[in-house]
Write a protein that binds this ligand. Structure first.
Ligand code: LLP
Length: 434
């Protein structure tokens, strides 16, 4: 199903690493990432978009997965970085990521976060609302730093995805609506404020999309806005950021399109517009998160119990769960999985793969076809690279799994396994309880 997954001598391999050896060496639950898969996706974006069109840029949306090693890899591939918090910004800087190639998003950036971004010369701040615009302008003056800004707008388009990850609608906590009396005074302010460099507009219409309609419509809305801004303010907006959202293959039923299906369609609209209106082609950014990293991830779990409830169902319980992958519980996400010592072999039952959290909804996969499996076997869940580790929690004081980056036959621990002592590291005891 994926280029980096193979079966050799009846064993599951991730690149040239035997999954059984990884599980033995690094223990389970374990997040495994294929470096080749990430680099292949980067190459596709480079060849299909960055090299094909002038003045185009791709920023990795690090909310999908952020580790210091990954930030290094993304930089090596020539990508920019999208961060949404002081913590992601800190991690990027910890990897010596060039701050002028960082884009800072977020619908409620704190004064502390903005100060951090300004002092470290972050290249772009995507302003989400009017309060932030005011605050940022004051802070630029206070710290005597200029900021390059874009406005996140809600282009008013619906995208065909789960409601929780559809973000282009007008009724959204993100971004400025296109209303005359809200957006235009903000634009005027940004143009006139000597401490702000007004670069342009950003939209992100949703996530895990297989259809380019929302991107194309949002681009059209944004272009029209740029035309009006030129007309009204005699200001030519130099940049447009089209967000991410490009869908990936979680199961065999998913038929994701290549990134060029989105980018070519959007670029066609932009180029046509620029020609018609004699508009200089703006710099164009995209911000893929899941597309770069999702399919590269595999989670290895050990089966701890196989419980057959006669005439009802069989629960196969593993040593992780919603604490390392909350996506099934949160979005009814679908995954596929196979036992690593009998990978993709003929199946004889449908089971419910569940975790070990004290929560009935702690299900990883419903209706998972499996051969007969036993306690102690290791099972691999595919396409867990995006929004698994980054959304993990210590619920039930479970330790968040370690993460390994596989490169050919080598494997490197890029997130160390947590110890029990890590779980009480921040606990403090008031004197009267000592
Ligand atoms: N840019 C912005 C401004 C975003 O808000 C997002 C995602 C992205 C880029 C990257 O989107 P991607 O290419 O990864 O689809 N936790 C959810 C996904 C939330 C996405 C939020 N924003 C999930 O697990 O499906």
């Amino acid at each position: 199903m994926y280029n980096h997954i193979h079966v050799k001598n009846g064993h599951l391999f991730i690149e040239d690493c035997d999954a059984a050896e990884l599980a033995h060496r690094f223990k389970t639950p374990l997040y495994v990432l294929s470096e080749a898969s990430i680099r292949e996706k980067c190459t596709r974006i480079r060849e299909g978009f960055l090299d094909k069109y002038d003045r185009t840029y791709a920023a990795y949306a690090s909310k999908a997965l952020m580790t210091t090693a990954l930030a290094k890899l993304v930089h090596q591939e020539g990508f920019y970085m999208d961060v949404v918090s002081g913590g992601e910004l800190y991690t990027a800087l910890n990897a010596d990521f060039p701050s002028d190639q960082i884009i800072f998003h977020g619908n409620n950036k704190s004064p502390e976060e903005l100060e951090f971004a300004l002092k470290r010369h972050v290249g772009r701040i995507v302003v989400d609302n009017l309060d932030e615009l005011k605050l940022l302008s004051q802070m630029c003056n206070a710290f005597n730093r200029k900021a390059g800004i874009l406005f996140r707008i809600t282009p008013g388009v619906n995208s065909a995805t789960h409601a929780y990850i559809s973000t282009g609608k007008k009724d959204s906590k993100f971004g400025l609506p296109l209303d005359e009396d809200i957006l235009f005074p903000a634009i005027q302010f940004a143009i006139e404020d000597p401490m702000l460099d007004f670069y342009g507009f950003h939209f992100h219409v949703g996530s895990q999309l297989f259809d380019n309609t929302a991107h194309v419509k949002a681009a059209e809305v944004t272009l029209e806005l740029m035309r009006v801004v030129r007309e009204r303010f005699n200001y030519t907006v130099p940049e447009m950021n089209c967000g991410g959202g490009f869908g990936i293959k979680y199961t065999k039923d998913d038929e994701p399109k290549d990134v060029t299906y989105f980018t070519d369609a959007v670029m066609a609209v932009i180029e046509q517009f620029c020609e018609t209106h004699q508009f200089p082609r703006p710099r164009i950014f995209i911000e893929p998160g899941r597309y770069l990293i999702g399919e590269a991830g595999v989670t290895l779990y050990t089966i701890g119990s196989v419980k057959e409830i006669p005439n009802i169902k069989t629960y196969v319980a593993v040593d992780g769960g919603m604490s390392d992958n909350i996506r099934t519980a949160l979005y009814q996400a679908k995954y596929e999985a196979t036992p690593i010592d009998q990978p993709f072999s003929e199946t004889s039952q449908e089971v419910t793969l569940c975790g070990k959290c004290c929560e009935t909804g702690d299900i990883l996969i419903e209706h998972l076809p499996l051969p007969e499996v036993h306690v102690g076997e290791v099972i691999a869940v595919f396409a867990t690279g995006a929004y698994n580790y980054s959304m993990a929690s210590h619920y039930n004081k479970h330790r968040i799994p370690a993460m390994v980056l596989v490169n050919g036959d080598a494997a490197y621990e890029i997130i160390e396994r947590e110890q029990y002592s890590d779980l009480t590291r921040f606990d403090r005891i008031p004197d009267h309880l000592k």
